[in-house]
Ligand binder design. Structure first.
Ligand code: HEM
Length: 552
């Protein structure tokens, strides 16, 4: 043996010893960690709940690897079925997730004042929405919610009707070029929703292709797409990975466009506000706050079972019908002593409204059109109702009173949101142990509860023929005895959707406008709809419809 080969042998021995020592060290540490983790009370409680068998350290993470969005959707939706109950448990590494679908259990979480905090999954909305209503917590959320709720008062919403009608008309002109062809209606529903929000939330119009409004609307749509991507490509979720991707650079540019315009508009609107004050104009916001406080008791009674509560508020109208945007009302709110609403806070709330109000309404309206294309008899019933309302003038602008008469269309929208809830899943961080009502399990403090509207809305014990599209599910007599938390497309309880009434009105105007002009056909059966697991429920096969001029 030469000196060199001897030296090499020695080096190999030393290195293999080092590798072996490192490997042994890591294995020992992981084993110790595994046993320590298994001994935690939190884990012991979780293990009593049914769920897929977790691997040491990784938990159930591998179950999601390599799944495309459709398959991921099926996987999430099968989790409670696979474990034959209303509760299932999943571990993502050390993090515990509990999926719930029983309304009685859901009420314990959503109806409580204690479990109001959102889970860590909402963090990647932060660069856009900051600490806005959707993600804020504690006293800040309570205080902002109280200030913002009155800006969604019916009297303020009524003043938006000219904008709703104007954008519906613009939409019809755009759809006309697709007559007789199969096309995906989602982009159009998304475009009209952003335009309407832009005007009602900020008072800005998307007029010319080179205008700031146009740039902004496009940036909002692109930002929503990035958030969707980060949602289902879960390796993009951690910021330390995301920040090195091209998407992060695009996001930076989009956010610059979005935030700059919001800041600019706030500045301009503040000047308008002070000139209105100088002229001695009444504060619409203050009146809305007064009415909101008076109707608080009536409202909690009405929330017992879902029905659109617009009518209840109609007789408490606040009179003045001036068209201002949500932003104007927030500026008014910020001027009330003690309210502590800075310009940056207003920006975050406007951004939140743009995000929450956009994709949800676009998906909801697209699903309605596809379903009406499949269920021709239901489409005919909608049109018959519209004929009764618009017998005097078939194409006149739609008024608030008209929408109150659209009872059947309302049931169609509600049934669509039942079977295809635009927000298919929400989550909450549980701060205290929760003993479930449906079974003898305890959800341990610090776990994340996933509430799936999609699963709850198709719960066999709460819905007759849950997989069949039937607007009569929402006839008053069929709602009376149903558990309130069995229908939660807008969530429920203290942290439910603040834009619910706005969404229902906007949906009615847009859908009634399309139905008056076109008859709709779907090239696909409902069973062929391919759904995608996402923050928003979508069809991956496209929201395809065919439109033809309606012959009366
Ligand atoms: C069909 C349309 C809509 C659906 C299905 C919907 C659904 C929801 C759901 C499920 C939540 C609770 C989210 C969670 O807990 O994570 C929520 C919250 C919220 N929504 Fe909507 N939404 C719709 C339209 C709108 C519109 C049009 C606006 C505003 C114009 C809006 C503004 C908000 C805001 C600000 C929140 C946060 C409320 C809070 O945390 O206090 N939404 N929405």
């Amino acid at each position: 043996m030469t000196v060199v080969s001897e030296a090499l042998d020695n080096t190999n021995f030393i290195f293999s010893n080092i590798y072996f020592t490192i490997l042994l060290g890591v294995t020992t540490l992981l084993t110790l960690y595994h046993f320590w983790f298994q001994s935690l009370r939190y884990v012991k409680l979780a293990k009593t709940i049914p769920g897929p068998r977790p691997l040491p350290i990784l938990g159930n993470v591998l179950e999601g690897v390599g799944l495309n969005p459709n398959a991921a959707m099926k996987k999430v939706l099968s989790v409670t079925n696979d474990y034959e109950g209303d509760v299932a448990r999943i571990f993502f590494g050390p993090f515990l997730y509990i999926v719930l679908r029983n309304p009685e259990d859901i009420e314990l979480i959503l109806g409580s004042q204690e479990h109001l905090e959102k889970s860590r999954e909402y963090k990647y909305f932060e660069p856009w929405l900051g600490d806005g209503l959707l993600i804020s917590k504690g006293d800040r959320w309570k205080h902002h919610r109280k200030m913002i709720a009155p800006t969604f008062h019916s009297s303020i919403l009524k003043s938006f009707f000219p904008v709703f009608n104007k954008n519906a008309k613009k939409l019809l002109a755009q759809l006309d070029k697709h007559k007789g062809q199969v096309f995906d209606c989602h982009d159009y529903m998304s475009g009209t929703t952003v335009d309407t929000l832009l005007e009602t939330a900020m008072g800005v119009e998307r007029t010319h292709k080179d205008s700031k409004g146009f740039e902004y609307a496009k940036a909002v749509m692109d930002m929503c797409n990035i958030l969707h991507l980060r949602h289902y490509k879960f390796w993009l979720r951690p910021d330390f990975i995301f920040k090195w991707t091209k998407l992060a650079k695009t996001q930076e540019k989009l956010l610059e466009i979005i935030h700059n315009l919001t800041r600019e508009v706030i500045k301009r609107k503040k000047i308008d506000y002070f000139s209105r004050v100088k002229k001695g104009e009444n504060s619409l916001y203050k009146e809305a706050v007064k009415v909101e406080e008076q109707s608080e008791n009536i409202k909690t009674e009405n929330y017992k079972y879902i029905h659109d509560d617009l009518e209840d508020i109609e007789d408490k109208d606040i009179g003045e019908k001036k068209r201002l945007a949500f932003l104007d009302f927030m500026i008014e709110a910020s001027q009330i002593p003690g309210n502590n609403l800075s310009d940056e806070d207003i920006k975050e709330e406007v951004d939140t409204i743009m995000f929450e109000g956009h994709d949800t309404t676009a998906a909801g309206s697209s699903f309605v059109l596809c379903l009406l294309g499949v269920h021709k008899n239901i489409q005919d019933a909608c049109v018959n109702e519209l004929k009764e309302i618009f017998h005097d003038d078939w194409s006149r602008p739609i008024t608030f009173t008209d929408t109150l008469q659209m009872k059947y269309l309302e049931r169609v929208i509600m049934e669509t949101l039942r079977m295809y809830p635009p927000v298919p899943i929400i989550s909450r961080k549980v701060r205290k142990d929760v003993k479930l009502a449906s079974a003898n399990y305890i959800i341990p403090a610090d776990s994340v509860v996933l509430i799936s509207q999609y699963l709850t809305h198709r719960h066999e014990q709460h819905w007759k023929n849950p997989h069949v599209f039937n607007p009569d599910n929402f006839l008053p007599e069929n709602c009376q005895n149903r558990h309130y938390y069995s229908y939660i497309p807008f969530s429920a309880g203290p942290r439910s959707c603040v834009g619910r009434k706005y969404a229902m009105l906007k949906l009615k105007v847009i859908l009634a406008s399309v139905l008056r002009k076109y008859q709709i056909t779907s090239p696909n059966k409902e069973s062929e709809f391919e759904l995608q697991a996402d923050i928003i429920l979508k069809r991956t096969d496209g929201f395809n419809i065919i439109i033809e001029d309606r012959v009366l």
